[in-house]
Design a protein around this ligand. Structure first.
Ligand code: AMP
Ligand code: ZN
Length: 485
């Protein structure tokens, strides 16, 4: 196999991946702030990080992946402005922050599972690391920080090339910086936020700078160092993090380890999923969550496939039509695999193991194309076409073909080897008929047609249509029916 090339946001170019520790890949992904449900755009960031992890495993590296859960410290503005998102939601819902965090962490984990995202080695919970954060801040405070009434601030002029990742200058601020009296530089940020005098926060800890809570940027520097050691290989996040959060993490890592040290060799960012009607805003009534897709009758892996159809560095525009097209593509693939499984059983072929032995040249060539695509900065769009080429190959050994499909699917994570057509038949929440009722009605219709009782068969069909069921005679994918979404 050849080299793995990845786009490094630090240098804005493709670079060959060379691990810090031989044979290993250590990856840190900025996780969600658990004050609300994640929208499907947020989940694009984790589909990307998961795909990266799968590619690293495919390339033979022993992967250690960390995703954090931010349950304190992320303000309503990514810089230092606004309220803590968790405190704000807890006040709105009149619940404790801990309950809010538990509820939305579980909802996030449900989405992780639905999208077939592998479990990372560690889910690091920010509040578990507060003593470590205080120790870390203490270690850099003398040289790199200053104290104001509102907190302990990081002086961005104390490290070289602050903001290089964002390609921003310290002083321009890009209109993103909160006015705080006494700040030395516009881009300086709080690493410890003091509880204002006379107030009590639901989450606050004692520190050398008084009662308060950690800054969001501090959290990721501390947890990544604690769990992966510095430097580690790859740090990921959405493209918005390239502008503020990650430059601030890098500044802290430099303060801790010397100015040339950004903490990770690669900083990688997924572009945004965009949706023009505003449904992705968490404040919109029916906002776009994975559960909404399921309620509307889509299988969640159709969304994963939709993400993989685009390059992670391109913007991806969401539309229901686009999702529907991805769903049909998923159905085709699942149908292709199930046909091969039937043939495999009929031919009593040897069991499907790894691709080995005397493999057909067509399969070898397709696997090579697939490998070249994913090694080219995770070009999953091309890799998917290799998978489809493989699915369509005739006159090759079926066991080898299935083994090759399994190998590709382990990288793409669409769960093709396990999914059945029945799994894909999800039921819209508003459906007024059950699957059993549909199957019974269709069996009766089949009987009526066999007996040439077309009047009866039409009545059954009309009744199904009235209940939102489309009867799909002669469907090329072999589907008998579909519930309208
Ligand atoms: P947050 O919970 O706001 O910290 O966001 C979680 C992750 O989702 C971060 O990596 C963000 O950069 C990423 N993100 C936010 N919005 C989008 C979007 N529309 N498309 C893709 N990624 C996003
Ligand atoms: Zn982070």
């Amino acid at each position: 196999m050849s080299e793995l090339k990845l786009f490094n946001s630090l240098t804005r170019q493709l670079e060959t991946f060379t691990p810090v520790h031989a044979g290993e890949a250590r990856v840190y992904t900025c996780g969600p702030t658990v004050y609300n449900y994640p929208h499907i755009g947020n989940m694009r960031a984790y589909v990307f990080a998961d795909t990266l992890g799968r590619v690293l495993s495919y390339k033979g590296y022993k992967l250690t992946h960390v995703i954090n859960i931010t349950d304190v410290g992320h303000l309503t503005d990514d810089a230092d402005a606004g309220e803590d998102k968790m405190e704000k939601m807890a006040a709105e819902k009149a619940q404790s922050i801990w309950d809010i965090a538990r509820h939305y962490t579980e909802a996030y984990w449900a989405d992780i599972k639905a999208l077939n995202i592998r479990q990372p080695a560690h889910w690091s919970i920010a509040t578990d690391y507060v003593p470590a954060m205080i120790a870390y801040a203490t270690s850099i405070a003398d040289k790199h920080c200053y104290e104001l009434d509102s907190g302990l601030y990081f002086d961005t002029s104390t490290v070289a090339h602050y903001g290089a990742l964002a390609r921003a200058k310290t002083e321009d601020g890009e209109g993103r910086i909160e006015q705080v009296d006494g700040k030395r530089n516009a881009a300086d940020f709080a690493i410890w936020r003091k509880t204002p005098k006379g107030e009590t926060r639901q989450m606050e800890w004692d520190s050398p700078w008084g009662k308060g809570a950690p800054g969001w940027h501090l959290e990721c520097s501390v947890m990544s160092e604690a769990l992966l050691g510095l430097p580690f290989d790859i740090h990921t996040g959405g493209i918005d993090h390239r502008e503020i959060h990650h430059p601030n993490e890098i500044a802290q890592n430099q303060a801790r380890c010397g100015s040339d040290h950004s903490g990770a060799h690669f900083w990688m960012h997924n572009n945004f999923l965009i949706e023009r009607s505003g449904k992705m805003s968490k404040s919109s009534g029916e906002f776009l969550r994975v559960q909404l897709l399921i309620d509307k009758g889509f299988h969640p892996l159709a969304y994963r496939l939709m993400c993989l159809q685009a390059h992670y560095r391109s913007e991806l525009e969401f539309s229901w039509e686009g999702l529907q097209a991805a769903f049909v593509r998923l159905k085709r693939m699942v149908m292709g695999v199930s046909n091969l499984k039937v043939r495999h059983a009929e031919l009593a072929s040897p069991p499907v193991t790894d691709v080995q032995g005397d493999v057909a040249p067509a399969i070898v060539a397709t696997l090579r194309d697939f490998g070249a695509a994913v090694e080219d900065d995770l070009n999953t769009a091309i890799a998917l076409t290799s998978l489809e080429t493989l699915l369509g190959q005739k006159k090759v050994d079926v066991a080898q073909q299935l083994a090759a499909i399994a190998e590709m699917d382990a990288v793409l994570g669409i769960n093709l080897m396990a999914l059945s057509r029945t799994d894909l038949r999800t039921r819209p929440k508003n459906a007024i008929i059950t699957e059993d009722e549909i199957e019974t009605a269709l069996a009766a219709r089949k009987e009526a047609r066999a007996a040439k009782d077309f009047a009866k068969s039409d009545i059954i069909r009309d009744d199904l249509i009235a209940k939102g069921v489309e009867v799909m005679d002669g469907d090329p994918l072999g589907w008998d029916w579909r519930l309208d979404v």
